[in-house]
Each structure stands twice: as structure tokens, then as C-alpha cells.
Design a protein. Structure first.
Ligand code: SF4
Length: 328
């Protein structure tokens, strides 16, 4: 029997900036390609206000590449001081010396995006136009740098590799082999733009590697869930999307009706200057993206709060969750 656990959303995702050294074809940039760098003070104020209603305890920094945000270190110090746990998703191109600085500033965990170990496979997922020789050299250097940083980070931080599976299984299987060999945590994610192909490719990897399912984590009030697998003594996860929608956001949505909704309601994202709350990856304009003051009065927040309170009653009644006890 597999172990199933339930949890409330833990994190708020914040997109610090849109800049990045890479141009991965499947990158959705958290829903917006044009957002400005966030304003640090406004963001901190928003955290204070939102924490009361949403009860999250972790900030997940995304981008773009978050380490290119000018004030990242000082931001980590501030969120740490407020009592948050800090998580980062990075492309791994940061200077190795910065890992220690970021840890000292308050970084708790780090996810490296690594989708291929072969330079040609890496180039294949990049929207760049370099000459073949230059491109291969560039790709090789990028991969080496990420690997070097993964191995260093794994000694000092909670470290994980995020590997997006899209139209092929070769790169992800190589990444899996690397993670097993070096005992690095791994999470596969399906390329949302590759639909069924990506899901079938994940299934193929699991089948070919004789992976055995051992656990399932379902996040309430979110489309996110994770399946946990084991190959011999090595455990890894597959992050999946389930059908979850907010009534006040998604009822009557044409994207949903037309099968074009990429992830349903995943959670709260913060972005841009002035700061905006993003509730949908696909769409822009209100209520999908709104100012903080508008969100605080919105039917969407009301619905999320009501769902949260119902879930908490349910969890308390059935004593289902250990981790969530921290915040209940
Ligand atoms: S596209 Fe956005 S608003 Fe429409 S169903 Fe999906 S998450 Fe909801």
C-alpha cells in the first residue's frame, strides 16, 4: 500500500525578475514575460498582510533567474527575520561563492533546473541562435557550471534537481542516473506545453527504470500533487497537476472549456512593480492578475480562506497531517 499524505499550500511563489541567461522553450516565466523587478519593501509588506489570511510559511523565489535580482541577499535576510523558510529555483549559473553567502543570508533550500546532461540535448531545449560550435561550447559550460553548483550546494543546503520531461526521455534518464549516483534529490515535472506526450514519457521512464511507487502527497486548494517513487534505495518524486479550480476564478473560463488551461489553480504568485497577485498562469487582467489591495477584497481570497478553514477542520478531525500541524 502506498502512503498518502495531505497538506495545505506551504509557499507563496514570488517572481523577482524576468531576466535569465537561458531561454528554455517550455519556460512559462510564472505566467508573465514582461513583469518588472519587484520592489523589496512592497513585497515585504505584502507578506505581512497575506500571511494572516493564507498561513503559508515558505517563500519560493522564482523568475526569470532569481539570483540576478540585485537585492536577493538582503531580501533573504528580511524574509528570514520575518520567520519564513526560503526556497529558490535557479538555473545553476550563479557564482559558486554565492551559495555560502545565500545560505548565510537565510536560504534554506535550493532547486536546480537541470533537464539534460548532453550539450546537444541542452541546446535543443533552448531558443538561442548561436553557431553550432559556439552553441555546443556554451551549452557544455552551462551544464558543467550547474553540476558543479549542485554538488557544492548538496553539502550545505537542502538541494534538489528539477527536471522537466517533454518530448524525449533520454536527457531526463541521464539526469536520473546522475542523481542516483550522487545521491541528489530529484523531481520530474511534465512540460505543461507538451500535454499527453510529456506524461507518457514520464510513464515510460518509470517503467524502463523499474520504479516502484511508494507515496503520494496531495496539496489541498491547489492543482499540485506529487507521486513518490523508489529505484532500489533511491527515492525521487514526480510533480503532477490535478484538476483543481477556484469557482470564483475558473467557472465559465473559456480556456478550461477549450482544454487550454495549463494547470488550473496552482496557488498564489506575486510579481511585478507595483506588486500584483497572479492566480492564473494563462490569463491576464482582473481577476486573474490583480493588485494586492484588490485581492484582499476579492471573492477569490474569500473562497481560498473558506476552503482553508474547511480543510483545517477536516485535518484536525482526522489527524491526517503531521507537517501541517505547525501552522494549524
Ligand atoms: S485558465 Fe486560469 S482562470 Fe481559466 S480555468 Fe485555468 S486557472 Fe482557471
Amino acid at each position: 500500500m502506498i502512503k498518502t499524505v495531505f497538506c495545505l499550500p506551504r509557499s507563496v511563489r514570488v517572481k523577482l525578475n524576468t531576466r535569465c541567461q537561458f531561454k528554455c522553450k517550455f519556460c512559462h516565466q510564472e505566467g508573465s514575460m514582461s513583469a518588472k523587478d519587484i520592489n523589496k519593501e512592497e513585497f515585504i509588506e505584502a507578506l505581512r498582510v497575506l500571511r494572516k489570511d493564507l498561513m503559508f510559511y515558505r517563500i519560493h523565489f522564482t523568475g526569470g533567474e532569481p539570483t540576478l535580482y540585485n537585492e536577493f541577499e538582503s531580501l533573504l535576510k528580511k524574509t528570514k527575520k520575518l520567520g519564513f523558510s526560503n526556497a529558490l529555483t535557479t538555473n545553476g549559473q550563479l557564482d559558486a561563492n554565492n551559495l555560502i553567502k545565500l545560505k548565510k543570508a537565510g536560504l534554506d533550500s535550493i532547486n536546480f533546473s537541470l533537464h539534460a546532461l548532453d550539450p546537444y540535448a541542452f541546446l535543443n531545449i533552448q531558443n538561442v541562435s548561436l553557431g553550432m560550435k559556439d552553441g555546443v561550447n556554451w551549452a557544455k559550460n552551462c551544464i558543467e557550471k550547474t553540476i558543479e553548483n549542485v554538488l557544492s550546494a548538496n553539502k550545505i543546503l537542502d538541494t534538489k534537481i528539477n527536471c522537466v520531461v517533454g518530448y524525449n526521455t533520454v536527457g531526463p534518464r541521464e539526469v536520473l542516473g546522475f542523481c542516483i549516483k550522487n545521491n541528489i534529490k530529484l523531481r520530474f515535472l511534465n512540460d505543461l506545453t507538451a500535454g499527453e506526450t510529456a506524461l507518457n514519457n514520464i510513464k515510460e521512464i518509470l517503467y524502463k527504470e523499474n520504479a516502484e511507487i511508494v507515496g503520494h502527497e496531495i496539496t489541498f486548494i491547489s492543482s499540485s500533487h506529487r507521486l513518490d517513487y523508489k529505484i532500489n534505495n533511491y527515492n525521487f518524486g514526480v510533480k503532477c497537476i490535478r484538476q483543481f479550480f477556484l469557482k470564483t476564478l475558473c467557472d465559465n473560463c473559456n480556456f478550461k472549456k477549450g482544454g487550454r488551461c495549463l494547470e488550473g489553480f496552482y496557488g498564489i504568485r506575486l510579481e511585478d512593480n507595483p506588486l500584483r497577485v497572479r492566480l492564473c498562469l494563462n490569463r491576464s487582467g482582473k481577476p486573474f492578475v490583480q493588485t494586492l489591495s484588490s485581492f484582499l477584497k476579492s471573492p477569490q481570497l474569500k473562497e481560498i480562506k473558506k476552503e482553508t478553514s474547511d480543510v483545517i477542520k477536516y485535518l484536525r478531525r482526522d489527524s491526517l497531517i503531521e507537517e501541517q500541524r505547525k501552522i494549524i
